[in-house]
Structure formats: structure tokens, C-alpha cells
Design a binder for this molecule. Structure first.
Ligand code: SF4
Length: 709
């Protein structure tokens, strides 16, 4: 029976973008147990193992407890009082801005920050220090989806809601291993399928046969990077079969005249040559989608982490717009966000091209509105986008960026091409790292280390994949001298002389200031507050007034925020990965997550139960590729790309497309230099979203197991 005694408190899972509601049991000032909150509408009481095993990740021997500073690069870090750490950060930032200008400093944050934390850090950078060099690891995660929505629908923001899962009769999962990466959403889809197996179709497009493909009616093991060929060909079949929604195309979209000649060329036969699939299975997938009463497409990093990620998003949106499968129950495109508050980051302007309320830094009127709200002189906010994630590190390496303030993330493990990132951090004049743990791959490079409180040691708001805002209360005190990220940033801002603009005494005040700035925008949160979210419960934006109930679906009137109200069909073409396989590097490596780990292992590896389930990165490789390389199941294998090497044990089988291999990215160099998948990945990126192509690079394999007895 469900019990909620005084020691069980409601909060949100701090891991993935599913955004599951949690009940947390507190005893003696510590988190004892975690379970699902049956009243949270996004998860209905369900959770995965990562959430259940959160308690061991909180009080660990590597928690960063005190501020530390090193006076010279070759000196040891030593403990200092907070006052000195804050003064050091402020003095050195001031000095660098005075000498080299504001563009010489950069902030690099995380999709795991709370909304209030993003907001104050972004306000300090863009409004007061005068640099738009404020980006986050969401650039590695959802930037292409954000850019894709904005280009096709007129604004960022997934239009649907999880409740659509219960009414959809076709699920098209492309570029997502939902079962492992978004397990609770996956269980909801599986439940729907199992309840009506003949009525509900599941189509999975993925070079790997993952658990997600287990319940698929159709599994399409396409060649990595060939998604647009598949999507355009599906649209081709629907056009030929007369399964498009002509009325919706004519009344609610623009661009069909430009799109038609493009899709006319993507016959199933041509797409078969590009994707490695059969024409029949492509046509079959199209007809299942086209015959659905209500179809949902769900996607994630397999689409976004590409040099044409924004175009891939456009191809998905084209499919939905041309069939009218959008903005009604059970129908719509639904991007699955990787991180718990990547959505909140986008809402607060936590990317280098954004300002709060989905405003663009290039929009003069938007800058003026934000400047007035922040009380800074007109013209203070720079008019061009700052450096996106990788560009910050490229700038540090070249010397055009001198200082970086890294908050709540571990780029020396998560970025592509780790050599580049390490060189950049070594060369930087000032590296400030604000984290809950030390050492990590990144804290090793810090000149100043600032100890941060983490979930559930601070309060604030997060937004999940279905635009739902949930309040997370502070449940326990942080250890040592750790402080909430918003408090640390506020202290530095005051030390820099911006006391009046950073007067906050609570996270609630910060949220109210942010929410007021979203009034009238697509992501209007002005009707939400800490009080309302904690008393009424989670709400989906737009929530434009204090009694507004929130909005499950966007664009239900088929009016899109494009100026003329019509969505855009965008003609996009197939383009293979930047680094295709060749004679020297004959396989395509794709990287991703495993079910029981999160990002760079700073938390999940601290749980004995989770660590025991997946102790090492395993290389998944097809039987025939393994035979050709003389590799047997269980052999240790050297994986080499043009940028570096990694070593992993081989898991040989037929669950992955021939010519492709898979390695999880969680392990950084701290776990063993050659365990890092990002030794291999490349820094090519999408020109629009500036998201890197982490899903495809060319590699070769060599068995290094000597004893085969
Ligand atoms: S599915 Fe995601 S949000 Fe839900 S419990 Fe698991 S990690 Fe947390």
C-alpha cells in the first residue's frame, strides 16, 4: 500500500529527461530510500534502478567539501575560506575581462542545473560580464532538436505530452534506445503495445537490435547516419499512396513546393541503397505510419548527435506535418531529452545563442526586453551568439578564450576528441570548476574548485521532456561547506560589484524573476512559482497565469509561432557521416549509454548495485566483422580512430549491423586512459545547431588478447 508518512517527501529524479516523480525517505538528516511517486503525472509511480540507487551517491569519500585554490599551475590545490575563493574568482575574472575583453571568458554548464542556477549564471555572463560565451552540455544532447523545432514549427518546445502514449496506435522510434536510456517512458510504450498488440504498431530504426527493438513489429537496422534517406523515402511512399493530409499541407504549412521535388527523388529503391535496408521494409514502415490513426515519433541522440542533426529533425517534422500527425491526442513528434533539466536550460537562455523565454541574442527587441528586466544599460547584451560547447575549448586551446568557469559537468570525459579538451584546459589561464565531486577528469585541471550542493541538498525547478515543471525541495543539508550553485554564482556576482542586480535571498525569488521574463513567450511560465508547484503539483508550460492549469499540447489550433501561423516543410537531403569507413578504418563506431549508468559515472558508479551490473565498457561488434579482425567473444580489443585509441572487451553477436560497432561513453580517462570512448570521437558538428557528431566515426579493431587457451 502506498504510504506517505512525514519522512517521505516528494521530489524529482535528477537523472534523465523522463522526469520521474520520486518519494524520498529522510532519516537522521540523510536520504535512506527512494521510490516512485504515484501522483507524478509524468511517471505514475514508476522509476528505474538509477533513481532507486541514488542514496549511495550522496555521501561519498570523493564529495568536494571545501573551496580550494592553487596559486600557480604547478602548485597543489589548497583549502581556502569561501570569502577568499569568491574573491579570487571575481578578481581574476575582472582582470581577464579588463585585459582581453569579455569574449575572453566563458561559462560551461549542464543540463543537470536547476532552472534558477541556469538563470543566474546566464544573467551574470550575458547581462553583466558582457559575454554570450555561456553554453552547456545540452549542446551535446538536444541542440539539434531545439534548432529543428525552431526552424520547422517557429519555436523550440516539444509539442506533445506523455499521455499521448496511451492513445497513439503507431510508435516510430528512430535514433533512440528508449528501453535503456529513458526506461520509464519505454515501459509506458511497451504497456500500450502489449495491451493492444494488433492495434498498435511499433517501428524501431536503429543499427543495433536493442531491447527497444524487442517488441517492434518492424526493426530497421539502417546504416549509421542514413536517417534522412529513410525519412524522405517514407514520405515518398506516403505521397505516392495518397496518404498525406492535403488539407493540412495546404492550410497549415509552407514549403511543400520545395519539398516535393526532393522527396520525389527518394524512392524506396534509392533509399535502400543509402540505408542498407530493403525497399520493402521502408515501404512497410511508411504504410504503417501512414495508416495510423495517431502516430508518435520519438527520437533522441541517434538523430541529434550528427553533423546534419537539425536536418534530421526537419525530416521527422516533415513526416508529421505532411500527414497532419501533430497537435492532437496520440499524434506528434516527441524528442526525448537526455538530461533532467536540459529543457529548463533552453527556457532560461542557457545556450550561447539564447536569452530567457526562448529569445535569440540576435533579436534586438528581445535583447532590449531582457536588458530592461535585468536593469542593465541598453546595448549591454552582445548581439551575436557566443561560443558553443566545443568552440569554448577550441578558443582556450588557441588563446582567444583565457578563462572558463565549468559548472556541474565533466567535459574532460564527455566531450568528443578528449585530447583537444585536455590541451585546452591545460593551456587556459584560469579554470574554475564548480562540482559536487573531486577528483573528476575535469577537476584535475582546476585552478579554483568550488564545492557544490547537489540533489537533494538545494531547492529549485526542473522541466522534463513533456514541458512539465516540477519543484524539487531541499531535503537534506549539503556536506562540508558545499553551497547551491545559484548561491555560489550570486556571491561572485556581488563580489564583482553587481549587488543590486543579485539581491536574492532564496531560489524562489530567482524563479519569480525568471518566470516574469517568460510572460507572453511560447514557454510562458509566469503562472508558476515555487509555492504553486509545491502545493498544486507539476505543471506543463505554457502556464500564463496563476490559475492557468498548464498546457498538455502545443499548437492544438494548428497555429504555429512562425509569423504567418504556418509551419515550415523544409527540404533536406541525405549526407553521410563526416568520417565514413574506408580501407584503413573499416567500421563505423557509434557511442551511447547503458541502462544503469549516467553520464561520466560520478554518481552511478558509487552505487554497488549499479556498478555490479555494468562494471566495464563492452564493445558490441558483429560476428562477421569480428571474424574478419580475428576477434572472439570476450577478447580484449584495441579500437583505433584517427584521434586515438581505446581498449574494451568484445561482445560479439548479431545484435548490431555489420560494419558498425558500439561503445558506451560513460567511462572517462580517470577509469583507465584507454577506457574512454571519447578518445576516438570527432569534433565535426552541425552548422546550425553546433551539436557534435558523436554517433559516427571510423575505427579499426585489433584483438589484443594473447592467451586464447
Ligand atoms: S527513467 Fe530517468 S527520470 Fe525516471 S527514474 Fe530513471 S533515470 Fe530517473
Amino acid at each position: 500500500m502506498f504510504e506517505l508518512s512525514g519522512t517521505w517527501r516528494k521530489t524529482l529524479c535528477p537523472y534523465c529527461g523522463v522526469g520521474c516523480g520520486l518519494l524520498v525517505q529522510i532519516e537522521d538528516g540523510a536520504v535512506r530510500r527512494v521510490k516512485g511517486d504515484p501522483e507524478h503525472p509524468s511517471s505514475l509511480g514508476d522509476v528505474c534502478a538509477k533513481a532507486v540507487h541514488l542514496p549511495p551517491a550522496l555521501r561519498t569519500p570523493d564529495r568536494l567539501l571545501y573551496p580550494q585554490v592553487r596559486t600557480r599551475r604547478d602548485a597543489e590545490l589548497s583549502r581556502v575560506p569561501w570569502e577568499l575563493a569568491v574573491r579570487t574568482v571575481a578578481d581574476r575574472l575582472r582582470e581577464i575581462v579588463a585585459t582581453h575583453g569579455p569574449a575572453a571568458i566563458a561559462f560551461y554548464g549542464s543540463g543537470q542545473l536547476l532552472t534558477e542556477e541556469y538563470y543566474v549564471a546566464s544573467k551574470l555572463a550575458k547581462g553583466f560580464l558582457g559575454t554570450n560565451n555561456f553554453d552547456t552540455n545540452s549542446r551535446l544532447c538536444m541542440a539539434s532538436a531545439a534548432a529543428g523545432y525552431a526552424r520547422s514549427l517557429g519555436s523550440d518546445g516539444p509539442p506533445g505530452t506523455y499521455a499521448d502514449i496511451e492513445t497513439a496506435d503507431c510508435f516510430f522510434l528512430i535514433g533512440t534506445n528508449t528501453a535503456e536510456c529513458h526506461p520509464v517512458t519505454w515501459k509506458r510504450i511497451r504497456k500500450r503495445k502489449l495491451a493492444a498488440p494488433d492495434e498498435v504498431a511499433v517501428i524501431v530504426a536503429d543499427p543495433r537490435f536493442t531491447e527497444t527493438a524487442d517488441i517492434a513489429d518492424l526493426h530497421l537496422p539502417l546504416r549509421p547516419g542514413s536517417d534522412i534517406a529513410l525519412l524522405n523515402a517514407m514520405l515518398h511512399v506516403l505521397w505516392k499512396d495518397g496518404l498525406l493530409d492535403r488539407h493540412f499541407i495546404e492550410e497549415r504549412t509552407r514549403g511543400w513546393a520545395q519539398l516535393l521535388p526532393v522527396i520525389a527523388r527518394y524512392t524506396p529503391e534509392r533509399a535502400a541503397a543509402l540505408t542498407g535496408l530493403s525497399p520493402e521494409i521502408i515501404a512497410g514502415a511508411a504504410r504503417r505510419f501512414g495508416g495510423a490513426r495517431a502516430a508518435m515519433t520519438l527520437w533522441s541522440m541517434g538523430i541529434n548527435q550528427s553533423h546534419i542533426g537539425t536536418d534530421k529533425n526537419a525530416a521527422i517534422l516533415n513526416l508529421h506535418l505532411a500527414t497532419g500527425q501533430i497537435a492532437r491526442p496520440g499524434a506528434g513528434p516527441f524528442s526525448l531529452t537526455g538530461q533532467p533539466n536540459a529543457m529548463g536550460g533552453r527556457e532560461t537562455g542557457g545556450l550561447a545563442h539564447l536569452l530567457p523565454g526562448y529569445r535569440q541574442v540576435t533579436d534586438a527587441a528581445a535583447r532590449a526586453t531582457v536588458e530592461r528586466h535585468w536593469g542593465v544599460p541598453a546595448g549591454r547584451i552582445a548581439s551575436s551568439p557566443g561560443r558553443a560547447a566545443l568552440e569554448i575549448f577550441e578558443g582556450l586551446r588557441e588563446g582567444s578564450v583565457r578563462a572558463v568557469w565549468i559548472i556541474c559537468t565533466n567535459p574532460a570525459a564527455s566531450m568528443p576528441d578528449l585530447d583537444l579538451v585536455e590541451k585546452a584546459l591545460r593551456q587556459a589561464e584560469l579554470v574554475i570548476v564548480q562540482d559536487a565531486y573531486h577528483p573528476t577528469e575535469t577537476t584535475r585541471f582546476a585552478d579554483v574548485l568550488l564545492p557544490a550542493a547537489q540533489w537533494p541538498e538545494k531547492d529549485g525547478v526542473m522541466t522534463n521532456s513533456e514541458r512539465r515543471l516540477t519543484y524539487l525541495p531541499k531535503l537534506v543539508d549539503p556536506p562540508g561547506e558545499a553551497l547551491p550553485d545559484a548561491v555560489i554564482v550570486t556571491r561572485v556576482a556581488r563580489e564583482l560589484g553587481f549587488k543590486d542586480a543579485f539581491p536574492y535571498e532564496s531560489a524562489s525569488e530567482i524563479f519569480d524573476e525568471f518566470a516574469a521574463l517568460t510572460a507572453g513567450t511560447v514557454c510562458d511560465c509566469s503562472g508558476a512559482s515555487h509555492y504553486r508547484l509545491s502545493s498544486v503539483g507539476p505543471l506543463q508550460w505554457p502556464v500564463p497565469g496563476p490559475t492557468h492549469p498548464g498546457t498538455p499540447r502545443l499548437y492544438t489550433d494548428a497555429h504555429f509561432p512562425t509569423g504567418d501561423g504556418r509551419a515550415r516543410l523544409v527540404a533536406v537531403e541525405h549526407d553521410p557521416p563526416v568520417e565514413p569507413p574506408d580501407a584503413a578504418y573499416p567500421l563505423t563506431l557509434t557511442t551511447g549509454r547503458v541502462r544503469d549508468h549516467w553520464h561520466t559515472l560520478t554518481r552511478t558508479a558509487k552505487s554497488p548495485a549499479l556498478a555490479a551490473r555494468t562494471r566495464e565498457p563492452l564493445l558490441e561488434v558483429h560476428l562477421r566483422d569480428a571474424r574478419r579482425a580475428g576477434i572472439r567473444d570476450g577478447d580484449f580489443v584495441e579500437i583505433t580512430s584517427r584521434r586515438g585509441k581505446a581498449v574494451a572487451q568484445a561482445r560479439v553477436g548479431e545484435t548490431i549491423r555489420e560494419g558498425t560497432c558500439f561503445l558506451p561513453f560513460h567511462w572517462g580517462r580517470q577509469w583507465g586512459f584507454y577506457k574512454a570512448a571519447n578518445n576516438l570521437t570527432l569534433s565535426a558538428r552541425d552548422p546550425l545547431s553546433r551539436q557534435p557528431e558523436l554517433k559516427a566515426c571510423a575505427v579499426r579493431l585489433r584483438a589484443i588478447t594473447e592467451d586464447r587457451a
